[in-house]
Design a protein around this ligand. Structure first.
Ligand SMILES: [Zn+2]
Length: 352
């Protein structure tokens, strides 16, 4: 998370249009909903209307769209037509999921797109489109506002695909909910980036990093399984996990007590139980986990089940690494996995 000093420094460089800060941060402007690079020629926003991000992806996930003047998604002084075409295509239809045939329809080679995007922004085009889609869908969750049908009717960000993106991920529009099950979702800021917590009144159903791979599918599965709609809000399990996460990041909490709703095959459940038994600050190999549940040859299946749990950090899948000591995989990204392992070891060493 950015400190108050970071923000001040970034704001000053924004006012100065200081080119040295290119790529260091992006600024989201709350009043217009766009995000810019530091040197944008547009009139500068007031400090209180700025939100600062270290990556373009974070700005997208926070539901900002790229500024048309400074084009924050292209390298300074170097605008690729291909990239601009695709960024525009996403803005025209932000809730679309891109398939191979969509690139063909635009006479664009998908692998060229992948390379160019990855090189410029450190993420693939598909990841870009997903971040924009997710950003729109969870916009209201971030701000904690209730979604009001009238607001949608009034053309909230008209043409932005907000309604479609929201409905696809979170269920039918709120006014049409009737007596469906309702889950509440909250945006939680952490040291490792924003997380999404989803719970009913009694139990937590999901805790994930907002940018994790596969989050969309997870949300859809959750919604369909419970025949639920997901709307912004806070319930007591969300209060509880927010407090526990804070303590975890401070290094004072070792075990989580927020009630969790598990849903998986018997095999997955046994893997998650095994994960839960790995002591704080220690690691195990995928082989260890497979052996613990009495299926020593099912290493790959154990690794898959490991990644399929719906509770990042709480179910400590980050404590499972390769037998040779390599980090292995992590849906939330290896930087986070390494940070979590180091954080736990450090907290332990301070108290022992
Ligand atoms: Zn701009």
């Amino acid at each position: 998370m950015l400190t108050a000093e970071n923000k001040k420094e970034y704001y000053q460089s924004l006012i100065d249009k200081n080119g040295e800060y290119e790529g260091v941060f992006y600024v989201g402007v709350k009043t217009t909903g766009v995000f810019c690079r530091p040197t944008c020629p547009a009139r500068k926003p007031k400090f209180e209307n700025c939100e600062f991000f270290e990556t373009a992806q974070q700005a997208l996930l926070a539901s900002f769209r790229p500024c048309k003047r400074c084009c924050p998604l292209s390298h300074p002084h170097q605008t690729s037509e291909l990239i601009q075409t695709l960024v525009k295509a996403v803005e025209d239809n932000p809730s679309m999921r891109w398939k191979e045939k969509d690139f063909q329809a635009l006479s664009i080679d998908a692998s060229t797109v992948r390379r160019q995007f990855k090189k410029r922004f450190g993420m693939t085009f598909v990841a870009y489109a997903r971040a924009r889609r997710m950003g729109l869908a969870i916009k209201q969750i971030k701000s904690g506002e209730a979604v009001i049908e009238a607001q949608l009717e009034a053309g909230y960000e008209s043409g932005s695909g907000f309604r479609e993106a929201f409905s696809r991920l979170m269920g039918v529009a709120p006014a049409l909910l009737g007596d469906r099950t309702i889950l509440k979702a909250s945006w939680l800021d952490t040291k490792l980036g924003p997380m999404l917590a989803i719970a009913d009144e009694n139990i937590l159903h999901l805790l994930e990093f907002v940018d994790r791979r596969g989050l969309e599918r997870e949300l859809e599965r959750l919604r369909q399984r419970l025949k639920a709609a997901i709307i912004p809000g806070v319930t007591s399990p969300i209060h509880s996990i927010e407090k526990e996460l804070k303590e975890y990041f401070e290094g004072s909490l070792r075990e989580f007590n927020t009630p969790l709703m598990f849903f998986g095959s018997p095999f997955q459940m046994s893997v998650w139980q095994a994960l839960n038994k790995i002591p704080y600050g220690e690691t195990r190999s995928y082989l260890d986990i497979a052996a613990t549940i009495g299926r020593p040859s099912a290493i790959r299946a154990a690794a898959t089940a490991n990644g399929a749990n719906q509770f990042a950090i709480i179910i400590p899948c980050h404590r499972v690494i390769n037998t040779n000591g390599d980090l292995g995989g992590y849906a939330g990204g290896l930087v986070r996995k390494k940070w979590l392992i180091d954080h736990e070891k450090l907290s332990l060493s301070k108290t022992s």
